[in-house]
Design a binder for this molecule. Structure first.
Ligand code: KG4
Ligand code: ZN
Length: 340
């Protein structure tokens, strides 16, 4: 069974063809990083125009790469929530048009559930359910108790900034460019994670929610002290030494990672399952993977960490998950809406 997946929820236009939910025949991703670079973050209007321009050429390439034509497809899947509304609308409209023209079933996919599915695509047989799923991306930081591929119970989520957003904002402050996550991950390797003790926000005892806005402010204040200019908003990045930048990045990253690991362990105490699946762009972070893997190993919990290219936004996770929704006959109508 061949499913075409479309993903346009944020700043990556992606089309994939996946066979029987597990075999990736093609997975094309066109990133808009260059377009958003000078703004230091995703500009929604630019993102949706770029999706409009690149979606059809990528669709052609994905079909060619998979060695199939539109006639070979069995279903069309698309991310319809959550994401930037204008960006989602491009993918959803294209998917509806294809499904209608080809008389194929349409399957609507929740982007966070697709991120969780990355583990299944990576490992084939895994994860063993029930498991915990931690989705850490630019827009979300959410912990789920996953009962099967299509069923995820939300245990906790961020009350303010997502982890990836905090990475991006701190990188912007430090003049490290966009997207900030990989830039901080890289320079942090040269720094000391213990150089600066940034606050870890655990919220009230037992809470599985997250908060990263205070940490972001703490980094801002520390930076302002370092450059000797305490202003409400930094107007221009003042150059720090490479060592200062590396220490700041490593200490900030450590604070984010500590909270993510601690909350996952707390969730495991409340829901003693055998495995933890990681997904979303921040799941590529080397320090998070290292510390979480160590903590899980000590507790004999199986880590399911997909490779970085499946962690960041891509359509293979959309088409893969759609197969399981298809088996459950969970199709969408042509009236299905994009939901921000
Ligand atoms: O899942 P994703 O591709 O898009 C969303 O659904 O948001 O995640 C993008 C986020 C960005 O904030 C980016 O900075 C972050 O993932 N990211 C990382 C790393 N690679 C990507 N954050 C920390 N360390 C990384 N290595
Ligand atoms: Zn994502």
């Amino acid at each position: 069974m061949l499913i075409l997946g479309i993903e346009t929820s944020c700043d990556e236009t992606s089309v994939a063809v996946v066979e029987d939910g597990l075999c990736i025949r093609s997975n094309l991703v066109s990133t808009q990083e260059k377009l958003h670079l000078k703004f230091g973050g995703v500009v929604p209007e630019i993102a949706c125009r770029a999706h409009l321009e690149s979606l059809l050429p990528i669709l052609d390439e994905a079909l060619k790469g998979a060695g199939v034509t539109l006639k070979d497809l069995d279903a069309i899947a698309v991310t319809n929530t959550p994401g930037l509304i204008g960006a989602l609308l491009i993918g959803v409209t294209a998917a509806k048009a294809l499904a209608w023209a080809l008389r194929l079933p349409l399957i609507a996919i929740n982007h966070l559930h697709a991120h969780i599915f990355a583990s299944k695509l990576e490992y084939g047989h895994a994860p063993e359910f029930p498991c915990l799923s931690l989705v850490v991306s630019g827009g979300h930081t959410s912990l789920f108790l996953s009962n099967k591929e299509t069923q995820h119970q939300l245990l906790g989520a961020t009350l303010d900034d997502a982890a990836g957003e905090a990475f991006d904002k701190v990188a912007k402050l430090l003049g490290l460019g966009y997207p900030g996550g990989p830039a901080i991950d890289n320079i942090a390797r040269e720094g000391s994670p213990a150089a600066i003790l940034f606050p870890r926000s655990y919220l009230e005892p037992g809470s599985l929610d997250f908060s990263f806005s205070g940490l972001k402010t703490a980094v801002l204040y520390h930076y302002q002290e370092l450059v000797g200019a305490r202003r409400a908003v930094p107007l221009t990045p003042v150059p720090l030494t490479r060592k200062e930048l590396a220490d700041l990045a490593a200490s900030f990253q450590e604070a984010v990672v500590d909270v993510l690991v601690e909350k996952t362990l707390l969730a495991l105490r409340k829901h003693p399952v055998k495995g933890v699946a990681l997904g979303g762009g921040v799941a590529s972070n080397s320090r998070l993977r290292q510390k979480l893997a160590r903590a899980l190993e000590e507790r004999h919990i199986q880590p399911y960490f997909p490779s970085p290219k499946l962690c960041t936004d891509n359509a293979a996770i959309v088409a893969g998950l759609a197969y399981y929704k298809y088996l459950e006959r969970d199709m969408a109508s042509l009236e299905v809406e994009a939901v921000a």
